[in-house]
Design a protein around this ligand. Structure first.
Ligand code: ADP
Ligand code: MG
Length: 228
C-alpha cells in the first residue's frame, strides 16, 4: 500500500521533473550554441575567440551537471536491490570524494562499523550519499572537517554525514528536498530532491541537525533487513 502510494508519487515527481529539466537543459545549450556561432565569424579577435569557447564550455558543463543530478533518479530499477552492510559503499563514497575535498581544503574522517544487513539499491544509495557529502564540502568555503560514519543500534543502521560548514536556518532545512531549491549561484537544486526520494524509496528516514555558522549533520536511518 505504502509502496504503491510512493510509486504514484514518484512517477508524478518524475514526469514534472522531466518537463522542467528539459527546459533547464535547453537554456545552457542555446547559450552555448550562440557562442559557437559567434566563433565562426571571421573577424573575432583571439581574446574573444578564447572567451567565447570558455563560455560555451561552461554552459555545456552546466547542462551536464543538471543531467547528472537528474538522471540518477530515473535510471534506477527496484530489482537492483542488494542485501549488505553498506560498509563498502560508505568507504567508497568517502574515498571517491577525497579529491573534491582536497581542493576545498576539507579533511575527511571516517568511522565505519556495522554488521547489520540492509536491503537497498546500491546505485541510488551511493548517488544520494555523494549528493549529501558534496553539499557538506560545498558548505565549507574556507575548509573544514567532513566526518562520515556508519553505525547500528536497535536494528537500525545509521549513516551520518557531518560538516563544520555554514549551517542552515529552520526555514532552509524545511525546504530541503524541494526541486530547484538552491542557495548557490550555480546550484541546480536537484541533488537533495534526488537523495531524499532515493532514501524514502528504501523506506529510510532522514534527520537533519544544523546550526548557522557551526555546521550540519545529516543522518540517514535505515531498517535492518529481516529475511522472513
Ligand atoms: P545545490 O547543491 O545544487 O544547491 P541541492 O539540492 O544539493 O542543490 O541542495 C539544496 C540546498 O540545500 C543547497 O543550495 C544548500 O543551501 C542547502 N544545503 C544542503 N546541504 C547543506 C549543508 N550540508 N550545509 C548547508 N547547506 C546545505
Ligand atoms: Mg548539491
Amino acid at each position: 500500500m505504502r509502496e504503491d502510494l510512493f510509486k504514484t508519487e514518484k512517477l508524478k515527481v518524475i514526469s514534472e521533473l522531466a518537463a522542467s529539466v528539459s527546459h533547464e537543459v535547453r537554456n545552457p545549450i542555446t547559450v552555448s550554441k550562440g557562442f559557437l556561432q559567434l566563433l565562426m565569424s571571421p573577424e573575432v579577435s583571439y581574446e574573444n575567440r578564447k572567451s567565447y569557447a570558455d563560455l560555451s564550455l561552461k554552459e555545456l558543463e552546466r547542462a551536464e551537471v543538471i543531467i547528472n543530478d537528474y538522471l540518477s533518479i530515473t535510471k534506477t530499477k527496484p530489482e537492483k536491490n542488494i542485501v549488505a552492510t553498506m560498509e563498502d559503499d560508505v568507504y567508497y563514497i568517502a574515498n571517491v570524494l577525497k579529491p573534491y575535498a582536497l581542493i576545498h581544503n576539507v579533511k575527511i574522517t571516517t568511522d565505519i562499523h556495522n554488521d547489520l544487513l540492509v536491503k537497498y539499491n546500491q546505485h541510488q544509495l551511493q548517488q544520494s550519499l555523494i549528493n549529501f557529502a558534496k553539499n557538506s564540502i560545498e558548505a565549507m568555503p574556507d575548509g573544514g572537517l567532513l566526518s562520515v560514519e556508519l553505525r547500528s543500534s536497535n536494528s537500525k543502521v545509521i549513516i551520518s554525514i557531518k560538516d563544520t560548514g555554514v549551517g542552515m536556518t529552520k526555514e532552509q532545512i524545511s525546504q530541503l528536498g524541494e526541486a530547484y531549491y538552491t542557495t548557490k549561484e550555480t546550484g541546480t537544486g536537484l541533488g537533495m530532491m534526488v537523495s531524499y526520494s532515493a532514501i524514502y524509496a528504501m523506506n529510510g528516514k532522514i534527520k537533519v541537525e544544523s546550526e548557522v555558522g557551526k555546521g550540519t549533520e545529516f543522518q540517514i536511518i535505515l531498517e535492518e533487513y529481516q529475511d522472513r
